[in-house]
Design a protein around this ligand. Structure first.
Ligand SMILES: C[S@@+](CC[C@H](N)C(=O)[O-])C[C@H]1O[C@@H](n2cnc3c(N)ncnc32)[C@H](O)[C@@H]1O
Length: 443
């Protein structure tokens, strides 16, 4: 992998990123009755109270869905929450090296799976478009490796505001975007490096071609159902209006079993679980597509392997925020259960990971890349930013251990000695180790 970086015709330039003391979204936060800094009645709170008064308490999943992606008032829909002035920061916003190494991972997988003459790069929840921008810069720099490969970019994004920011980051101003709010492809254009780019609201709408999929801090914002073990059996957690305090929400337990209980494993040993059926549906769709056409999916998020319990938390202004307070003004998130994602792949594809971010990035050559950038930068402030960014990504006490990488690959990709090829691919290749994952795990 490192040979690829070093043999680039022109070295990738350093891109200044803001590094500041802030909270990253992987912090644990016990939901419930923390003191509230901001108890105001938001339009979203009014909407939810009206809904609860009309039809009764709502599930945590319904609450998350409304608060985050309600088309009119949802947190993600109409403002930019990323970065210094926003509510949280993510790895690609911290250091350019993160996206560069992810870009190298895709090139490595494309090479290992036979250098298909064309592929789609699909990102779920691209935020500001920073990560895909860094990946496309690597693709341009390694144009000699990818030459004659027909690449297109496909972004799955529900937020109108963020899709506009992505377009500003990624596309050439002189070439106007095509827009059609009614269409499944609601925006189309051309990237700065001349690659066709399209926007969709759902993964199902992306053409089913040979693709590489990417999801960074996407699965953690999908709605979760929460369940508590009680002497009477599992009970789902709901959200209701607090009868003691006006304009306040509270958690309650369902008085009897609910249909969502079917999501809980029979041999579950924890006493509190969070299940994200939306993540399961997306993993099934990705698995079917990869099994059918080849390609791979790289998923990076904070999470656990089916061990944690209550991880539902909120972030506002780089601080933890009570999840039930001033809904619509803060991000809501829950740790990704990688064990559940693996089960949802249902053996259609092989999975690798979860592997800690510090291990994955080290295996991808972050140390060599940092050294190259440090040697090239002459400004002390730039060197300091690079070092601070590295520390944030790699330090086990910061993002190094808390964030994980997980991949879905066709079974043939991991079968040693068996060349893999599909209808779209030109040359078969013998199985090679998968970059970033230190050991191959056959599941
Ligand atoms: C936490 S941000 C992560 C952004 C970016 N990947 C990063 O790491 O900087 C979550 C992203 O997913 C998008 N998103 C949230 N729910 C979504 C959904 N149901 N479908 C598609 N995108 C969604 C948000 O608008 C946002 O772009």
């Amino acid at each position: 992998m490192m040979a690829l970086v070093r043999s680039a015709h022109r070295p990738l330039c350093g891109v200044a990123r803001v590094v500041f003391p802030c909270i990253w979204r992987g912090r644990y936060f016990s939901s419930g009755n923390e003191s509230t800094e901001n108890n105001r009645v938001t339009p979203m709170l009014r909407h939810l109270m009206y809904k609860i008064k009309s039809t009764g308490p709502i599930t945590v999943a319904e609450y998350m869905k409304e608060v985050l992606t309600n088309p009119v008032k949802g947190y993600y829909m109409h403002h930019d929450m990323l970065g210094e002035k926003g509510d949280f920061i993510t790895s690609p916003e911290i250091s350019q090296i993160f996206g560069e190494l992810v870009g190298i991972w895709f090139i490595s997988e494309w090479m290992a799976s036979g250098k298909s003459p064309a592929f789609q790069l699909v990102e779920l929840g691209p935020g500001r478009g920073t990560l895909i921008g860094d990946i496309l810069r690597v693709f341009s720099q390694l144009g000699s490796v990818l030459k004659n490969c027909d690449i297109s970019v496909h972004l799955v994004e529900v937020s109108q505001k963020l899709s506009e920011i992505q377009a500003l980051t990624l596309t050439e101003e002189k070439i106007p975007l095509e827009r059609d709010a009614e269409s499944l492809v609601y925006m189309k254009g051309v990237t700065k490096s001349g690659i066709p780019i399209s926007w969709y609201r759902h993964l199902q709408d992306v053409p089913k071609g040979y693709s590489f999929y990417l999801a960074h801090e996407f699965f953690d914002v999908l709605p979760v159902h929460k369940f508590q073990k009680t002497p009477q059996g599992w009970r789902e957690v709901f959200i209701d209006i607090d009868p003691q305090v006006s304009d306040k929400l509270r958690f309650v337990l369902a008085p009897c079993a609910t249909p969502a209980e079917a999501f809980i494993q029979r041999d579950e040993t924890r006493d509190h679980v969070e299940v994200c059926p939306g993540a399961g549906i997306i993993i099934q769709e990705l698995s079917q597509r990869i099994a059918l056409t080849g390609g791979a999916a790289l998923i990076a998020d904070y999470g656990h392997d089916g061990t944690k319990t209550d991880t539902f938390r909120g972030f506002c202004g780089h601080k933890l925020h009570d999840v039930l307070t001033a809904p619509g003004t803060a991000d809501l998130t829950a740790d990704v259960d990688f064990n559940y994602l693996r089960r949802m792949a249902q053996g259609k594809v092989a999975s690798l990971g979860p592997t800690e971010q510090q291990t994955f990035l080290k295996n991808m050559g972050i140390d060599v890349r940092l050294k190259v950038l440090l040697d090239k930068s002459h400004e002390p402030s730039m060197k300091q930013q690079l070092l601070q960014g590295y520390d944030m990504l790699m330090n086990p006490k910061k993002m190094g251990e808390r964030f994980n990488f997980f991949a879905l690959l066709p079974h043939q990709r991991l079968q040693s000695g068996s060349p893999q090829m599909n209808a779209c691919q030109s040359k078969p290749s013998a199985s090679l180790p998968v970059a970033g994952f230190d050991e191959l795990a056959w599941r």
